[in-house]
Design a protein around this ligand. Structure first.
Ligand code: SF4
Ligand code: SF4
Ligand code: FES
Length: 258
């Protein structure tokens, strides 16, 4: 008989449940009997649809997490968040250009950032969110795009921002502008697109379509990559991870005079 995981107690939507240790929050919610028709998507940490707030026993902080990526803890009290409402002015990437004030024009609320760093502290992706908002404010589109690259639009930062900034939408526009106007053109890609448009790769595609799943997987695994020079990430020093394992605690920040 397989060994049973010990049961722990968590509080979900105000009610206590006993669930096996080692489950993700998402699995624990389902184990408790809830059917997730919202707040679950990829279950792999990519879609951003499972933002969750929780407290730990004996700790005054509100922690943030992706329910599919975080393990349940004894004494945890949690609630899944709905999507943070988002209304943005529509824009046409073919008519706007990456000027120093483009992001500010589209998101004037970024001028209200009070540099509290709450967004960075709450990001389950560990992104330097305040830094990319500040870069957006300064008109540094490249930095805003690169710092926000791993944003999955979960909206947790926006739910906690005192300036009501729509961080993920700001980052998305920065990345769109960066991709369309700032990154160098890729000649190989242009050649490939032209070949597709003129039908020059039809035979190649037919061959691929005729392969079995096993053969396709094998080709995928044997694919080659363009060699690029190892480059140090110029922005990595600004990263500050804030997850359930966050080493930062308010206790560390309070200066208690004795
Ligand atoms: S939470 Fe809002 S106000 Fe605070 S640093 Fe982030 S963007 Fe600025
Ligand atoms: S930047 Fe904001 S929306 Fe993007 S992953 Fe982090 S918390 Fe979620
Ligand atoms: S379900 Fe997609 S990130 Fe959690």
């Amino acid at each position: 008989m397989s060994e049973q995981a010990p049961l722990i107690t968590m509080q979900l939507m105000g009610k206590n449940y006993r669930v096996p240790a080692g489950l993700t929050l998402m699995a624990a919610i389902e184990y408790a009997g809830y059917k997730l028709v919202r707040g679950a998507g990829c279950r792999g940490g990519f879609c951003g649809s499972c933002p969750t707030l929780y407290r730990r026993e004996g700790n005054h902080r509100i922690f943030t997490a992706l329910a599919c990526q975080t393990l349940v803890e004894d004494g945890m009290c949690l609630v899944q968040m709905p999507f943070v409402p988002l209304i943005t002015r529509p824009y046409d990437l073919y008519t706007i250009t990456p000027q120093a004030n483009t992001l500010l024009q589209h998101f004037p609320e970024i001028a209200g950032c009070v540099a509290c760093n709450t967004c960075t502290r709450s990001c389950p992706q560990g992104l330097p969110v305040m830094d990319y908002i500040q870069a957006s404010l300064r008109g540094d589109i490249e930095r805003a795009a690169l710092l926000s690259f791993d944003c999955i639009s979960c909206g947790i930062c926006s739910s906690r921002c005192p300036a009501d900034i729509k961080h993920y939408a700001v980052g998305l526009l920065a990345r769109r502008l960066y991709g369309k106007y700032i990154t160098p053109n890729a000649p190989d890609l242009a050649e490939r697109v032209a070949a597709i448009e003129t039908g020059d790769v039809t035979a190649e595609l037919d061959t691929l379509m005729a392969l079995s799943a096993t053969e396709l997987r094998s080709r995928y695994e044997q694919r080659t990559f363009e060699v690029v020079a190892e480059q140090e990430d110029p922005y990595s020093a600004t990263r500050s991870y804030n997850s359930a394992m966050d080493p930062v605690d308010y206790q560390d920040e309070l200066e208690v005079s004795g």
